[in-house]
Design a protein around this ligand. Structure first.
Ligand SMILES: *Cc1c(COP(=O)(O)O)cnc(C)c1O
Length: 409
């Protein structure tokens, strides 16, 4: 159990940064959003049927290059339904990364299944494929199905999360999944537009999920999407997200469904946002590369790297501040930046140490702990001005080079 306290800052992380300060990541809306939303309102198509829902699904499917896309009310609902259509049942197990936002892990529990936490790799901070393979080979036994030796439960799926806009090394994960007949569900919620060996994330596993929450690269206010090549899985996702209607006239529902569909108004915003996605990706990449250039050579500070063969969308520009070296640590940096009117934020608390997940299995989790201690995300909005980024850079450089003894006090 980690006892790192949550630092108090003038910003409540997650809430809006006050006027005159530089926020971590805010949406950018300057295209056809108004026009398309007005079309919805003028035409009375405001709910979960309407032309923009289909158009948005088509736009995402075409971009990612999957055959099917099913819009959902948010990314968490997309994950929940993806797990259900993958056949995940109560008491099954799903491999998840130790370092991620909590939503995919919660989704595993919504399906009644249990997470097994796998460490991050140290270079790009993604789920470690070597540890995935080791866990499956050494900790499980195969008898027509894969059984976790220590829990006796069946392992059914791997749920890699492309964190911070950077792809997971999927090839070895898919290979080991094929070997043990596991389903692969990508959590691509932070990474729409990222490429792995030239292919978009979202078409690498059996199913993938996206989010259009306000802090993601593009937004619909709230929204999500499931992508897949399988017509069977897509149809089933559509069925479960629309209340499992078997006969909509006679109200026949042969299964328990969900009201998880995206509305036409939200989809309208999404259609406009998809038009500028590539522009946003380019801007995010430019922001990270500027930070990387500016912080090169600063003692103890590293900027997230990009793996060969990968294109990261650099969702949140994130640095690590090595707490085992002299000088301020990540939480002192966060506090100092906040005092200068700059919002920053650590990565996620290791989920396996949180109350709902304390009794779940973790496999060799070490790197994720260090990243939780050391990582800090810096302002990364698509609309971040050059002047504001220069200010962030100045403050970081000055603080990193300030009197080390004094900074430690
Ligand atoms: C944002 C996010 C989600 C959930 O998306 P919502 O649309 O907010 O429900 C899931 N997984 C990860 C890794 C995320 O960052």
């Amino acid at each position: 159990m980690s006892d790192i306290a949550v630092a108090s800052t003038p910003f409540e992380p997650g809430s809006a940064a006050p006027e005159g300060t530089i926020p971590l990541c805010v949406p950018e809306i300057h295209g056809n959003e108004w026009k398309y939303v007005k079309e919805c309102l003028d035409s009375n198509w405001v709910s979960s049927a309407g032309p923009f829902v289909n158009r948005f699904e088509r736009a995402v499917a075409d971009y990612v290059k999957t055959r099917y896309a099913v819009a959902t009310v948010n990314g968490t609902a997309a994950l929940h339904v993806a797990l259900l259509v993958a056949g995940i049942q109560p008491n099954d197990e799903v491999l998840v990364p130790a370092l991620t936002f909590v939503a995919p892990v919660n989704a595993v529990r919504y399906a009644g299944a249990w997470p097994v936490f796998i460490d991050a790799e140290p270079d790009y901070w993604q789920m470690d494929p070597r540890k995935v393979a080791d866990f499956l080979a050494k900790e499980c036994r195969w008898s027509g199905k894969l059984i976790n030796k220590s829990t006796g439960r069946q392992v059914k799926a791997i749920l890699p999360v492309h964190i911070l806009g950077h792809p997971v090394d999927m090839e070895p994960i898919i290979e080991v999944a094929r070997r043990f007949e596991l389903t692969v569900i990508e959590d691509a919620t932070e990474s729409l537009g990222a490429r792995y060996q030239g292919q978009c994330v979202g078409r690498l596993g059996d199913l993938a999920c996206f989010s259009f929450n306000g802090n993601k690269i593009i937004t619909t206010g709230g929204g999500g999407m499931i992508t897949t090549e399988s017509s069977t899985l897509a149809e089933r996702a559509r069925y479960l997200t629309t209340q499992a209607k078997d006969n909509p006239v006679e109200y026949v529902h042969n299964e328990i469904g969900y009201n998880y569909r995206l509305t036409n108004v939200q989809a309208a915003i999404g259609c406009a946002q998809m038009e500028v996605l590539d522009e946003y990706v380019a801007r995010k990449r430019e922001i990270l590369s500027k930070y990387r250039e500016a912080f090169r050579g600063l003692r103890g500070i590293k900027t997230q790297a990009e793996a060969p063969g990968c294109l990261s969308i650099c969702w949140l520009s994130t640095i690590t501040i090595d707490a085992s070296q002299p000088g301020p640590d990540s939480r002192q940096f966060m506090k100092h930046l906040a005092e200068q009117g700059i919002q920053s934020r650590p990565l996620w608390h290791p989920i396996a140490t949180l109350p709902p997940y304390r009794d779940c299995q973790s496999y060799q989790v070490e790197v994720a702990q260090v990243l939780y201690r050391d990582a800090l995300s810096l302002p990364s909005s698509v609309g971040l001005t050059e002047a504001d980024q220069a200010r962030v850079i100045d403050v970081v450089q000055a603080y990193a080079q300030s009197d080390l003894m004094e900074a430690r006090v």
